[in-house]
Design a protein around this ligand. Sequence first.
Ligand SMILES: Cc1cc2nc3c(=O)[nH]c(=O)nc-3n(C[C@H](O)[C@H](O)[C@H](O)COP(=O)(O)O)c2cc1C
Length: 183
Amino acid sequence: MSTSPCILLGVTGSIAAYRAAELVRLMFTRDWDVHVLMTRWATEFVGKLTFQTLSRHPVGVEMFGGDVDWRPEHIEAADRADAMVIAPCTANVMAKLAHGLADDLLTSTVLACQAPLIVAPAMNVHMWDHPATQANLAILKKRGVQIVEPAVGDLACGYEGKGRLAPLEQILAAVDAVLAGKG
Ligand SMILES: Cc1cc2nc3c(=O)[nH]c(=O)nc-3n(C[C@H](O)[C@H](O)[C@H](O)COP(=O)(O)O)c2cc1C
């Protein structure tokens, strides 16, 4: 039986979703057992096949209609995880997490998962600065969610400011800390 840490990686509908592909590759080269869950909108940015190939596991998107055993897929995945990471995390998923919404496979899995949660948001600078997003961020921090804050720089939307997905090394370091029990 594998002793590799099991990491659940959630990918959401951000332009930064393409960077999650490299994140999976880096996790895989660390010998982590990576399982990817995507929101439906994330699949508009990067195909499931990319994550399936890099992680060497099926990718979860849909809550219903999959070829599942008697236990729902998200409960299986949640039970296996040593850490759950959402990178990139949209403003929308941050809001859902803050308020406990569970209307898709990814957000349902978050509620079912008892492993530490690491969230790396990525969005337009005005979305990040919006009082609603900042209030959701405060809720998540207060709950003990590890936030890898976005970086400042040029944004894909044409603006400049805080909103870029953090460097992948920072996200990996946050997972390392959690796996070492220091997160
Ligand atoms: C080209 C494009 C890029 C986007 N990038 C982001 C982003 O980086 N962050 C974000 O919060 N929303 C972004 N959005 C909006 C989200 O895709 C939208 O809120 C969607 O409902 C998110 O769904 P999800 O949170 O279920 O993945 C983008 C939309 C488009 C069309």
